[in-house]
Every structure is written in structure tokens, then in C-alpha cells.
Design a binder for this molecule. Structure first.
Ligand SMILES: N[C@@H](CCC(=O)N[C@@H](CS)C(=O)NCC(=O)O)C(=O)O
Length: 213
């Protein structure tokens, strides 16, 4: 099998989720990076992704976008530890968390809080404090719901091994942790800190750490 290629910058949370899956499987891949924060999405990427997002993924003649599809493909196409539980309930929880991340966590936590608090100042712009205040209740709900689903297990959807749910959530959580607003929210949801302490030393997490700014 040929080496897969991931297209998108290392600072993107969804690019990082795809890379985390490849790293956890032990698959060698190429990363083709470009910037979209300080200019428009490059035309070549819009050719690969009709919704002008990242990442795009190519492997053995397959062109794919949408991280949920990419990561399931990576898990099933390559050797290496399975990233999807066989247990029906754990699998349902994994899928539920992935969907929560896409539908509620990303728009509030990344799309509002992180963009305003961390990215805008980095681009020399002022944070929209009103947008941050408006997003915080939803951010808090997201963190408490994910913490509650995890319960006291090690990983988000499974007690004994990392799954695609963890890989979907890690990149957004890392940026969230760097906002001052995360402190009181994590104090109330200490299970998420315990989760992060258990997984932050993994090689996949270390190797994909973004350098933003
Ligand atoms: N549903 C898509 C979401 C991808 C996405 O939103 N990527 C963000 C970066 S993390 C992006 O491309 N943003 C560029 C933009 O909105 O202009 C997936 O799962 O791949």
C-alpha cells in the first residue's frame, strides 16, 4: 500500500485529528501544509474539498474529506491497534462523542472562544468579548456533557483503550485549555483534567503538537 497524504496545516484541529489516527495506527504519511488564516483557502485545496475546508486525504487512488470518514477508513484500512471498540455500547458512545464534537464543541469552543481569545490577537485583531461571553454557556455545557459521558473511565468512550472519540476531541481541548476561560470550567469538570493527564504523554499527541503563533 502507498503512503497516504493529509492536506492541511498542522495548526488545524481537524487536520490534527486525522494525523492522530494515523500516528496511533503507526502509519507513515505525508503532510502537505498551507496557511488559510492569513489569506484565502488555496485553490488546490478547494479542488480537493468542495466546502473549502481542511483536511483532505488521499490514499491509493482514494480522495476523501470529512474527518469522521477519514479516521474510520484509516482505522479499517491499516494494521495496528483498533481505534473503534467492538463493544456495542462503547461504540455508540464513541459515535455520540464524535457527533457532539462536530455539532456543538467545534462551533462554540473553537469557532467562538478559541478563535476570539487566541487566534484574533495572534492576527493583530481585537477579540470580540461579546462573542466570547455569548459562547461560554455552550462551551461549559459541552465540557460537562463530555465529562459526564466519560464518567470515571480512562478514555472518553472506553475504559481500556483510546478510540476515535478521544482523537476527535484532543485538538480542540488543547486549544481550549490555553484560554483563561477554561480554568473555572475545568475545575467543575475535573474528569477532563484526569483524562488529559492520562493521554497527553502519548507519542501521537506529542508528535502532532501544533505551533500556532
Ligand atoms: N466537517 C469537516 C470540518 C472541517 C473544518 O471545519 N476544518 C476547519 C479547520 S479545523 C477549516 O477548514 N476551516 C477553514 C474555514 O472555515 O475557512 C471535517 O470533519 O473534516
Amino acid at each position: 500500500m502507498s503512503k497516504p497524504t493529509v492536506y492541511g496545516p498542522a495548526y488545524s484541529t481537524y487536520v490534527r485529528s486525522a494525523r492522530l489516527a494515523l500516528e496511533e495506527k503507526g502509519v507513515e504519511y505525508d503532510l502537505v501544509e498551507f496557511d488559510f488564516l492569513s489569506g484565502p483557502m488555496p485553490a488546490e485545496q478547494i479542488e480537493r474539498h468542495p466546502f473549502a475546508k481542511v483536511p483532505a486525504f488521499e490514499h491509493d487512488g482514494l480522495s476523501l474529506y470529512e474527518v469522521s470518514a477519514i479516521n474510520r477508513y484509516v482505522d479499517e484500512a491499516f494494521e495496528g491497534p483498533s481505534l473503534q471498540p467492538e463493544d456495542l455500547i462503547q461504540r455508540a458512545r464513541m459515535n455520540q462523542i464524535i457527533s457532539i464534537v462536530d455539532s456543538y464543541v467545534y462551533p462554540s469552543t473553537l469557532g467562538q472562544l478559541v478563535i476570539q481569545r487566541l487566534v484574533m490577537p495572534m492576527l493583530g485583531k481585537e477579540a470580540d468579548e461579546g462573542a466570547i461571553l455569548a459562547a461560554l454557556p455552550q462551551v461549559e455545557k459541552c465540557m460537562s456533557v463530555i465529562s459526564e459521558i466519560r464518567g470515571s473511565q480512562t478514555y472518553l468512550a472506553s475504559g481500556d483503550r483510546i478510540t476515535l472519540a478521544d482523537l476527535h476531541f484532543i485538538p480542540i481541548f488543547v486549544y481550549f485549555r490555553n484560554t483563561p476561560e477554561s480554568g473555572p470550567i475545568l475545575d467543575k469538570n475535573s474528569g477532563l483534567t484526569a483524562w488529559w493527564d492520562a493521554i497527553s504523554g502519548r507519542e501521537s499527541v506529542q508528535k502532532t503538537e501544533p505551533s500556532l503563533g
